[in-house]
Design a protein around this ligand. Structure first.
Ligand SMILES: Cc1cc2nc3c(=O)[nH]c(=O)nc-3n(C[C@H](O)[C@H](O)[C@H](O)COP(=O)(O)OP(=O)(O)OC[C@H]3O[C@@H](n4cnc5c(N)ncnc54)[C@H](O)[C@@H]3O)c2cc1C
Length: 304
């Protein structure tokens, strides 16, 4: 076991963590990034709606960010899993799966979230390719295509309303009895959106590209794309330590400067926002880092 000291440890080295590291690196802070290298969009072949990188592979964007960060010798990146956190008098102690121990005054959680994909045959293979969660990220690529929305209740209506801007061929799959009131049913009728309530059995696909949906009653519909917002949870067990508070939706509770409910621990990226985009992850990483830098400055410069 080794002991190493840093001013800031960033847990998670994807879009949000790397963004925080860049800001802190440029302020000469001694930073360690611990990353398990499982970004949530790793299955997607391309990533959209992020200025200057529209259409680029997400892993290529991360790789470019890492390469550019490597010029800041005060920023170190290791590939490991942080498994526990302890509060010490002078900061925090982080232990990793490889049994390394690191210490820092401040922590930034950039740990993302984990999607719990529906257990429908074929769904995993299509995830991020033709089974997608976000019309802003992937909708343009499927404009005008035969589109299914796997959702129920208000979520189905909300997603349909947005996706209808991109294609006229939209069908809702509620995968069980529809939970829609008469007003919602009238809205769907007015907008020519049919509903299928039969349970979904399988997504028929070719290398992740959906071709059809099979239902448990034996019938099939041809589609090109399926939208679904899977249930999600914190990617990391680290929120179990030190009683970091979560919101009712399971996101890390942060204030306007990305400070969690535990002083000295900040959070950024998907783990604390419902707006899951690369731009947002980068923005909040940048913000968290600036606030951490200010806090460190206050502690050093103004202490007598
Ligand atoms: C299928 C899919 C497609 C998407 N497409 C787009 C798109 O086209 N455009 C767009 O703008 N957005 C897209 N998004 C959203 C975008 O991917 C996320 O908003 C972004 O990845 C969030 O970045 P993040 O750094 O917060 O988390 P992530 O990218 O999920 O990274 C979190 C990192 O933290 C690591 N980690 C977690 N816990 C630990 C730990 N204990 N120790 C060490 N490391 C840890 C993980 O391994 C991972 O590397 C997509 C999302 C999905 C799921």
């Amino acid at each position: 076991m080794k002991n190493k000291d840093h001013e800031v440890i960033i847990i998670g080295g994807s879009f949000s963590g790397l963004s925080a590291a860049l800001t802190l690196g440029r302020m000469l802070r001694k930073v360690l990034i611990i990353d398990y290298a499982q970004p949530c969009n790793r299955n997607a072949r391309s990533s959209q709606n992020f200025l200057t990188n529209d259409g680029e592979s997400p892993l290529a964007i991360i790789e470019t960010a890492r390469t550019k960060l490597s010029k800041y010798s005060n920023v170190k990146l290791i590939y490991d899993l942080a498994v526990s956190i302890e509060k010490r008098e002078d900061g925090f102690k982080v232990t990793t799966m490889a049994k390394e121990i690191f210490r820092a005054s401040k922590l930034i959680y950039a740990t993302g979230i984990k999607d719990h994909l529906p257990s429908i045959d074929g769904f995993h293979s299509c995830w991020g390719i033709s089974a997608i969660h976000c019309p802003y990220c992937h909708g343009y690529e499927y404009r005008g295509k035969r589109t299914a929305i796997l959702a129920n209740g208000e979520a189905a209506i909300n997603m349909t309303a947005i996706v209808k801007n991109l294609t006229n061929e939209v069908i809702i799959l509620t995968d069980g009895p529809a939970e829609l009131d008469q007003k919602q049913l009238n809205l769907l009728k007015k907008n020519n959106v049919p509903i299928i309530e039969t349970s979904v059995e399988k997504l028929v696909h070719n290398k992740g590209q959906i071709e059809a949906v099979n239902f448990t009653d034996g019938h099939q519909i041809k589609i090109d794309v399926l939208y679904n917002s899977p249930a999600c949870a914190q990617h990391s067990v680290l929120t179990n330590f030190l009683a970091i508070e979560l919101t009712n939706n399971g996101l890390i509770k942060v204030d306007h400067s990305q400070q969690t409910t535990v002083p000295g621990i900040y959070a950024c990226g998907d783990n604390c926002t419902a707006m899951r985009t690369i731009s947002q992850a980068i923005f909040t990483g940048n913000l968290a880092a600036a606030k951490v830098n200010t806090e460190l400055t206050d502690e050093n410069f103004y202490s007598i």
